[in-house]
Design a protein around this ligand. Structure first.
Ligand code: HEC
Length: 163
């Protein structure tokens, strides 16, 4: 019996297994992601979450959409809760302390005004919240960042009027 074909096919089989093994190893090693998980910097938190929620609170409340205003105010508070966990300090400034002392009291007033569905109280409390944003910017040598009441919607795909 000629053993050559048998030998050949055995060689092919072994090298196929070896090829698959090396592929598997390559895949096992492939995802070389960094070990630390991603944490947004304070500036990222501000631009990506704080600023849009601050704008949307106004757009919703000004339109008398109290349900949406309440939702946005809750999102803003939750963002600051995340900030106190992930970025409690910035350039040696005590960010969580400043947020708790400066921003949380006017934010609580804003919640009350929204629950009372009072346009007058809402406007006053919103201006206090905005002033609190800038009081922290000033306290952290960021006085050049000036926050104001938005004039128009930056979110053309979202309805702010109540349904
Ligand atoms: C407790 C302190 C604190 C409070 C409160 C705070 N900020 Fe900030 N904010 C900062 C700091 C510090 C920076 C600079 C961060 C950096 O450069 O990494 C910043 C940066 C920003 C920026 C980035 C500027 C840019 O154009 O990229 C925006 C926008 C901003 N804040 C909006 C707000 C708004 C709106 C509020 C209120 C709802 C607010 N911030 C409240 C501390 C605060």
């Amino acid at each position: 019996m000629n053993k050559l074909p048998l030998l050949l096919s055995a060689t092919v089989a072994v090298s196929t297994v070896a090829f698959h093994q090396s592929l598997q190893m390559a895949y096992a090693e492939e995802p070389q992601k960094p070990h630390e998980s991603y944490v947004p910097g304070l500036g990222d938190f501000m631009t990506a979450y704080v600023q849009p929620h601050h704008i949307k609170i106004w757009l919703a409340g000004h339109a008398g959409n109290w349900t949406l205003a309440e939702y946005e105010a809750k999102e803003l508070r939750e963002t600051f809760e995340d900030i106190t966990v992930y970025q409690p300090e910035w350039n040696n400034f005590p960010i969580s302390q400043l947020a708790n002392s400066n921003l949380m009291p006017p934010l609580a007033e804003l919640d009350q005004a929204i629950r009372a569905k009072s346009p007058g109280d809402f406007e006053k409390a919103y201006h206090r919240v905005t002033a609190a944003c800038d009081s922290c910017h000033q306290a952290t040598s960021n006085g050049f960042i000036a926050i104001k009441t938005p004039k128009a919607s930056d979110f053309p795909d979202q309805e702010f009027q109540p349904r």
